[in-house]
Ligand binder design. Structure first.
Ligand SMILES: CC(C)(COP(=O)(O)OP(=O)(O)OC[C@H]1O[C@@H](n2cnc3c(N)ncnc32)[C@H](O)[C@@H]1OP(=O)(O)O)[C@@H](O)C(=O)NCCC(=O)NCCS
Length: 177
């Protein structure tokens, strides 16, 4: 649910209805670079307890601009933006990725950088982004989607279970002295 004070229930329901009615999903373009950077850095900042993602570089915003611009230009991937009445509320990136050479399938869709702004959560924004990503994969002949999520992220664990993703591997990290 969108979070509102309990005393403001009617206003909250009206805001919820507006979000549900006005939600659209489209591929981001270079004109969206600033908002893509903002949403994806917010995602990293929400993972400040994770052993990998907490090590954000001080110059991450400048690096993000350069990197995400290159990604937006790349034809083998797409960044979807969810908007509520024209305001960006979520992002999801999907990349055509090669599988292991000895195994089927040769290619799969790899989903990353999934973020919905806190005030828009639990309104199907991710479901809408995910539907767009699955359509994009199917249109390219991809029959499998994969992703990683932070192990301590209970919400992500619940979300990907709900959307049909099995856990098939664990990523382990060992810090070497
Ligand atoms: C994870 C996240 C993207 C979900 O976005 P969302 O728009 O709120 O998700 P949806 O409303 O589309 O929910 C889809 C389903 O996931 C499950 N779900 C969503 N949020 C949940 C939560 N907090 N707890 C348990 N299940 C949840 C539900 O089954 C939900 O379906 P339902 O609403 O019909 O019951 C959002 O919480 C987020 O941005 N979190 C911070 C960043 C993050 O963790 N990203 C994931 C990185 S892998």
């Amino acid at each position: 649910m969108i979070e509102h004070p309990a005393s403001d229930q009617r206003q909250s329901l009206e805001a919820d209805a507006r979000l549900d009615a006005g939600l659209t999903v489209r591929p981001a373009t270079m004109a969206d670079l600033a908002v893509v950077v903002e949403l994806r850095l917010a995602l990293l900042r929400e993972h400040s307890q994770n052993p990998i993602y907490r090590r954000l570089r001080p110059d991450a915003p400048a690096r993000a601009s350069r990197l995400f611009a290159a990604q937006l230009r790349c034809s083998s991937e797409v960044t979807f933006l969810a908007e509520s009445d024209g305001v960006a509320v979520g992002v999801l990136r999907c990349i055509t990725s090669a599988g292991l050479p000895l195994l089927f399938p040769a290619r799969h869709g790899y989903i990353s950088s999934v973020y919905v702004v806190p005030t828009a959560r639990r309104h199907g924004v991710l479901r809408a982004l995910f539907t767009a990503a699955i359509d994009w994969c199917r249109a390219r002949g991809l029959r499998e989607a994969r992703l990683h999520n932070a192990v301590e992220n209970e919400t992500a664990n619940a979300v990907w279970d709900a959307l049909g993703f099995q856990v098939v591997e664990h990523l382990r990290v060992c810090h070497l002295s």
